[in-house]
Design a protein around this ligand. Structure first.
Ligand code: ZN
Length: 209
C-alpha cells in the first residue's frame, strides 16, 4: 500500500544505515539486561537519554511519558503504565539510581498555564498533567512577579520535585532509599544551552552538573 504522507521510509533507511555502520551492538545484551540506572523523562522528541548520557544499549532503563511525571503510588487495579515500569526497574532489575529528567520548553508543563493551554480537551492528557498541578500552585506562589515564560521554566523544575516526592510514596522505593540501596535524582535539561542542572536537596536548589 502506498501512502505518500507517511514518513516511514526515513526510519527504514535510518535503520539500514545503522545496521551497516554497527556490527550488531545489540548482541551483547541480546539475552539479558542489567541497567545501572533508570531515567524517567518526557516523550518529547528532542530528548535522547542515551545520547546525552553517552550510554550504550543495556545501561539505562528508560521510562517516558508526557512531561516526565511520576504519579503517586495508587494501589488500585487501573492501568498504571509508568508505575508498572518503575516497579519492574526497581524490584526486578535492581537499578541503584532513578533520574527524573525534565527539560525546558516542555509542552506538557506549559499546558498547565491557561493562555499556553493549546490542549482544550483531551481523553487522557489533561488528567495526566494534573499530577503537576501543585507545581503550578507553588510556582505562582514563589514566582508571581515573573514573566509567564519564567514561570513555566520554574514550574518545569517544581514538577520534578513533585515527582521526587511521589517516588517516595512507593513503599518499596522508600524502603530502599532508607537502606541506601537506591538514590533518586532530579535533573533539568536546558535545550537551548545544552546544560543540565541537578537538584541539590541540602541547598534546595538546582546546581549545574
Ligand atoms: Zn516535555
Amino acid at each position: 500500500m502506498k501512502n505518500n504522507n507517511s514518513n516511514i521510509k526515513l526510519f527504514i533507511d535510518g535503520f539500514k544505515k545503522f545496521q551497516k555502520k554497527h556490527d550488531n551492538i545489540l548482541e551483547d545484551t541480546a539475552y539479558t539486561q542489567q541497567p545501572k540506572a533508570m531515567m524517567i523523562t518526557c516523550c518529547d522528541s528532542r530528548i535522547d537519554p542515551s545520547l546525552i548520557t553517552d550510554t550504550k544499549p543495556g545501561e539505562l532503563f528508560v521510562i517516558r511519558n508526557v512531561a516526565n511525571l511520576v504519579p503517586p503510588f495508587e494501589g488500585d487495579l487501573r492501568h498504571h503504565g509508568t508505575s508498572a515500569a518503575i516497579e519492574y526497574g526497581v524490584l526486578y532489575l535492581g537499578v541503584t539510581d532513578i533520574i527524573v529528567l525534565g527539560h525546558s520548553n516542555c509542552g506538557g508543563i506549559a499546558s498547565l498555564f491557561s493562555n499556553q493551554n493549546k490542549i482544550k480537551s483531551s481523553d487522557f492528557i489533561n488528567n495526566w498533567i494534573d499530577i503537576a498541578r501543585d507545581a503550578k500552585d507553588r510556582t505562582l506562589d514563589r514566582c508571581k512577579h515573573n514573566s509567564q515564560a519564567e514561570q513555566i521554566n520554574c514550574c518545569e523544575k517544581e514538577s520534578l520535585l513533585i515527582s521526587l516526592q511521589n517516588l517516595q510514596t512507593f513503599p518499596w522505593i522508600k524502603d530502599k532509599i532508607d537502606k541506601k540501596e537506591i538514590y533518586i535524582h532530579a535533573w533539568y535539561l536546558d535545550l537551548a544551552s545544552g546544560t543540565i542542572e541537578a537538584y541539590n536537596s541540602d541547598l534546595k536548589e538546582f546546581i549545574p552538573l
